[in-house]
Design a binder for this molecule. Structure first.
Ligand SMILES: Cc1cc2nc3c(=O)[nH]c(=O)nc-3n(C[C@H](O)[C@H](O)[C@H](O)COP(=O)(O)OP(=O)(O)OC[C@H]3O[C@@H](n4cnc5c(N)ncnc54)[C@H](O)[C@@H]3O)c2cc1C
Length: 467
């Protein structure tokens, strides 16, 4: 960053701008640590971190950034593994976690107005005290924020019943990169921000739809193969579940070893259902048993799954004992993905762990974890990242797509959200951010650091083919 530019920011922000080495290193990575080799492609170390207190601070930062052409990278929990909240070519990271707002629950409308930086577990705790609950939430519940979820393009636990995050936003306020503050309450407009990775501005307030806190009961079943699992996912739609969460055999083994379960080493699915009365549970149980039999699955005795629901947020703990790990996410269609899922199980000598969540009547989201058992060098780690990326991109052949764009999948927005949405996105972006200062390189692929003739998307794709 030029000295003159830095002075302008420091003069305005004072202690709200951090530039110490440790902070810069922390903010140069998200959930997935990048190998040093990637520094040839982009520079993820920011020039500074900004801690805004309010909307006015953000407006001022955007105005200064536009004047000085400084990239601004919004960041909240930093829990995505796609590089969405790290710079692609220096600039300033805005840490939105300090944005505070009093929580307002409106029981008649069944909405809650909140700061975007509230962490899901805190929000849920406050709602439960009043007899309400979130409709759905990500499994990174203990560290992810509502604002980050929208921008990453969130689906989650409860999405099969209540939809993705767009279905749950009643209204939101955004500081656009041109410094204007605007509220959006039409689904069409809100959808523009879904998966926009902070490229269209910073969300500063959200009104979320909520529901009554109906107790959830869990039921378990197993399937011998991906084909049967897919049959099961289709049939389970008939029992109106709140959530269908499943593990592949290698994730089941890890679960058993770490948490002391005794689950059969197969495809295990845990179904959660909103149930208020005992009779309702009995009726559901009968329906569930019939449904699973029809799909050639087997019912898991309740003893096998005692308290298992509490562990849905703790699967990262399974990777604690490894020196390193890699994560990725992909969305797949139920109808055509059984073969793909079986192939995934055989990759990396069977060590790829897979965990899925049904997100709609037709699709499910898959989290991929690769534990790295021995410390490996940078080159090998880069190859592994590229190999996982290759398999995520291969899913397009069967109608799947990466979960979000971020930095790794920048350039794939039309494949994820459709051409019509991309057209609307580009028009809006041009209008509100003509100098492309808000999180550049996270939706449209950036040029490479030392070889600006090539776009990152092209280089990653070619490198993935050879990994
Ligand atoms: C174990 C694990 C489980 C996960 N499970 C799920 C899941 O079930 N469903 C799911 O959707 N995701 C999941 N994720 C991915 C991720 O955790 C979530 O999407 C999460 O909600 C992102 O929130 P965050 O606060 O960490 O955002 P960040 O990682 O900080 O940011 C995500 C994106 O949003 C932008 N951004 C952040 N704050 C703002 C803001 N205020 N305004 C505008 N843009 C902003 C950033 O620039 C970035 O592009 C999971 C991740 C892990 C590691």
């Amino acid at each position: 960053m030029k000295k003159k530019t830095r002075t302008k920011f420091v003069r305005y922000l004072g202690k709200q701008m951090k530039e110490d080495y440790t902070a810069l290193q922390i903010y140069s990575r998200d959930m997935a640590e990048l190998p040093n080799l990637t520094k040839l492609l982009f520079n993820s170390t920011p020039d500074g971190i900004i801690l805004p207190r309010n909307v006015e601070d953000i407006q001022r930062v955007y105005n200064l950034a536009t004047e000085t052409k400084t990239p601004i990278v919004p960041r909240s929990g930093g829990t995505t593994g796609f590089g969405g909240s790290i710079p692609c070519n220096k600039g300033l990271v805005i840490d939105c976690k300090g944005l505070d707002r009093e929580l307002l629950i409106e029981p008649i409308d069944q909405t809650v107005t909140t700061s975007p930086s509230i962490i899901f577990s805190e929000l849920q705790k406050k709602l439960k005290l009043q007899g309400f609950s979130l409709c759905s939430y990500p499994s990174s519940y203990y560290s992810a924020t509502v604002g980050g979820w929208i921008s990453h393009g969130g689906h989650g636990i409860g999405s099969v019943k209540y939809g993705n995050v767009v279905d749950q936003i009643a209204e939101m306020q955004v500081v656009l990169p041109n410094g204007e503050v605007q509220s959006f309450n039409e689904k069409e407009d809100i959808a523009l921000f879904f998966g926009s990775n902070g490229t269209l501005g910073i969300i500063t307030e959200i009104k979320l739809k909520i529901k009554f806190d109906i107790p959830l009961k869990q039921f378990g079943c197993i399937f011998d193969s991906p084909v049967e699992l897919m049959k099961g996912l289709k049939e389970l739609q008939n029992v109106d579940p709140f959530s269908v969460w499943f593990l592949n055999p290698s994730q089941v083994s890890a679960f058993n070893d770490y948490f002391g379960y005794n689950l059969p080493r197969s495809y295990v699915a845990i179904i959660s259902k909103e149930i208020s009365y005992e009779e309702e549970e009995l009726t559901f149980s009968n329906n569930f048993n019939n449904t699973i039999r029809k799909a050639s699955g087997q019912i898991l005795d309740k003893r096998y799954i005692t308290d298992i629901w509490d562990f849905r947020f703790k699967t990262l703990a399974l990777l604690k004992e490894y020196p390193d790990f890699l994560v990725s996410e992909v969305i797949l269609p139920i109808e055509t993905s059984a073969k793909y899922l079986r192939k995934l199980a055989g990759l990396f000598e069977g060590s790829l762990r897979v965990e899925g969540e049904l997100i709609s009547k037709t699709h499910y989201a898959l989290l991929l974890y690769l534990p790295i058992e021995e410390p490996i060098n940078d080159f090998k780690k880069s190859l592994l990242i590229l190999k996982i990326n290759k398999h995520v991109l291969k899913s397009r052949k069967i109608g799947g797509f990466p979960y979000s764009t971020g930095l790794w999948f920048a350039g794939y927005y039309p494949q994820i959200y459709g051409e019509a949405m991309y057209k609307r996105y580009k028009e809006f972006k041009k209008k509100v951010d003509p100098k492309n200062i808000s999180n550049p390189g996270k939706v449209c692929s950036p040029k490479m650091r030392f070889f600006p003739l090539f776009k990152l998307k092209f280089v990653i794709r070619i490198a993935s083919e050879f990994s």
